[in-house]
Design a protein. Sequence first.
Length: 534
Amino acid sequence: MSIILDDIMYCHDDRTLLFRHLSCSITAGRHVNLIGNNGAGKSVLMQIITGRLQPAAGTVLVSDKPYYLPQQHQGHSRETVAEALNVHNVLNALKAILEGTEDQSCYDILADQWDIEERVSQQLLNWQLPQVGPHTPMQQLSGGEQTRVLLAGIALHQPSIVLLDEPTNHLDKQGRELLYRFMQAYKGTLLVISHDRQLLQLNDSTLALENGKLEWYGGNYTFYKEQREAQLNALEHDIQHQEKELKAARKQAQLAYERRERQAGRDKDKTGLPKIVANSLRNAAEGSTAKLQLVHTAKMDGINEKLQQQRTLLYRQQLLQLRFPGTHLHKGKILVKASELNYSYANGTPLWQQPLNFQIDSGDRFVIEGSNGSGKTTLLQLMMGKLQPASGELFNAAAEIIYLDQHYSFLDENATVFNQLQQFNSQLMPEHELKSLLHKCQLGKDTWDKKCGQLSGGGKMKVSLCCLLASNKSPDMIILDEPANNLDIASMEVLTAALKTYEGTIILVSHDATLVEEMNAHHTLMLHAASHHE
């Protein structure tokens, strides 16, 4: 036994139900993905397993205290590395003993961990943090470095259960490779929330939290996708069968009604019967017709209700598919050209080890790679004319550019979803067509009056794509700066599919290897910083 959840229910503070009747069992040594849309309750469920949150009902059994890496690290912002790793008391005890204390409590705290300093240093080195020590303040570290510090704690504490909530969010390519190697070598029980599709391929099982239900799939992410596709095909087949049944039931009801009408006409034509007998026959016929209508109506209502439920389920589960309008630029036009380009911050030190030389033509798919702090976002700002180079030349052609960062900051955070769409409505589509477009982008009526700032990353991405469709003016260039960071796995698939149909120029900065691979990049520019910048 490792983790058992039995009939778990959870409600928010305002008593709104998040999920109920969730049950699963994760045996020791399994490596499990936990996936689902933003807002489904994945992080809540993980915190219930850790004991940080209490369910409204149900039972949680965990065989050992889990090592938990949360998605956000604010709780460690005022701590040192040693405090974040929860080894500060042991280090302090060792220090006191080496300074000559005879306090027995120090020996009790230290136990047999005489090598704790060496172990901490070694694990920080293993996660390629040579400049970080036990007394380094966490707030001085980048998000990726903080994640590496907390991952280093796993080997220090050697837990049998590890829970990771979006561990790759702040990691660069090098950091992700270190994480992948750790996961493959780890022998304990592992539960991971992630939208990193390369990571999801490494685990042996998948739990999907969807529509308030928890479903187990005995394989990695590819296996899950194949099973889901089979389920969707079966659901579509069932819908077609129900539609045929409904059509047949309606036809049967109509034929029965017509037969009764003909019979009633024949009874009416009968003459010579006493009035009381004729009335009795007529009433019996009318009663029989009414009963038959009730039977057929009940049958059709039952079929129709099931059909509506299945259509709703299919709508929720189908992958949103959008296609951008074509760009008007001919392929091969020079859009960006850099010659001996470099940039410097306030101290005047050049950002890149070597000046940059590259050219981006219309239709290109151009990927910019580099570790955290190598100047990827700075280069994008230069391309958009928001920064000026310190040396060299940078040519930017006049072009229609859309910039999508991880926060989708081109959206007005205070505008409602519907008002935001209206701002991009260059086609002057009537209101009902705009609402139809929102539905097509899986933005239901309950989102229209929400402010864009209240939406999840996936919601903002859908509004962004919806706005591009409403403008009917495909950008010449889409610049994407870590667009995947705040997306759930379904939204990642939507974004990837939409970009694959786009015929214009794409400039992509992303540590998501699957997204980069599926873009089929024509060119890759690797950046190397002259010194460390965050």
